[in-house]
Write a protein of this length. Structure first.
Length: 210
C-alpha cells in the first residue's frame, strides 16, 4: 500500500473484525461491531489533530494542559451502510457535524448513482471524514469525495472497515490528497463487485435486509 493508506492492525480491531466477517453473526451484533470498529479506527484517523496549551484549575493547583486547537470536524456517511459507523465516531467527537450522501450501486453497471446529498453549510471550516464500511470498486467513495470537494472543506479523509485493492487503487488515483483508513485490505473483487473474502453486503447485514 502507498503512504496514503493506513491499515489498522490493532489486536482489538482485528479480533472484532473476525466476528464481523462470520456469516453467523446476527444483525444486532453486527451493528455493534461496526460501531465499535469505527470508534477504534477513528481514534487513529484523528491522531494528527493539532493541540494547544491551556491553563486548567485542578483541585490542587493550576496545570498547563492540552486541548484540540480549534479544528472542526464533520462526518459524512455514504448511505446507507455508512450510517452504521456514525454512532461509533460520534462517541469520540460528539461536537462534530454530520452530513449525508446517498449513493447506490447499479448492480448491472456496478457504477454509483447519486440520489441524496446534504452537507453542513460551514464545510469550508471543517475537516471531513467520509464513512463507508466497504471500499469495493471505489466508485461510491470517489463520487462522494468529488461531491464533498465542491464545498471546499479544509481536508478529507476516508474511513472504511474492509477495502479491496481495486477500490484502494481507484480512490487513491482519483483523489491522491485523501488519506484512507481501514481495518483490512482483502484479496480482490468477485465478478459481481463484492469483496473477497469480505463480509457480504454490509448494508444488508447492518439493517437485517438480507
Amino acid at each position: 500500500m502507498n503512504g496514503k493508506v493506513f491499515i489498522m492492525d490493532h489486536p482489538l480491531i482485528q479480533h472484532k473484525l473476525t466476528f464481523l466477517r462470520d456469516k453467523n453473526t446476527g444483525s444486532m451484533e453486527f451493528r455493534a461491531l461496526v460501531s465499535e470498529i469505527a470508534n477504534l479506527i477513528c481514534y487513529e484517523a484523528t491522531r494528527d489533530l493539532p493541540l494547544e496549551e491551556v491553563q486548567t484549575e485542578t483541585p490542587m493547583t493550576t496545570a498547563t494542559t492540552k486541548m484540540i486547537a480549534g479544528r472542526k470536524l464533520a462526518f459524512v456517511p455514504i448511505l446507507r451502510a455508512g450510517l452504521g459507523m456514525v454512532d461509533g465516531v460520534l462517541k469520540l467527537v460528539p461536537a462534530a457535524k454530520v452530513g449525508h450522501i446517498g449513493l447506490y450501486r447499479d448492480h448491472e453497471t456496478l457504477q454509483p448513482v447519486e440520489y441524496y446529498s446534504k452537507l453542513p453549510s460551514d464545510l469550508p471550516e471543517r475537516d471531513v471524514i467520509v464513512l463507508d464500511p466497504m471500499l469495493a470498486t471505489g466508485g461510491s467513495a470517489v463520487d462522494a469525495i468529488t461531491i464533498i470537494k465542491r464545498s471546499n472543506p479544509k481536508s478529507i479523509k476516508f474511513m472504511c472497515i474492509i477495502a479491496a485493492p481495486e477500490g484502494v487503487k481507484a480512490l487513491t488515483e482519483a483523489h491522491p490528497d485523501v488519506q484512507v483508513y481501514c481495518a483490512a485490505v482483502d484479496e480482490c473483487l468477485n465478478e459481481k463487485g463484492y469483496i473477497l473474502p469480505g463480509l457480504g453486503d454490509a448494508g444488508d447485514r447492518i439493517f437485517g435486509t438480507l
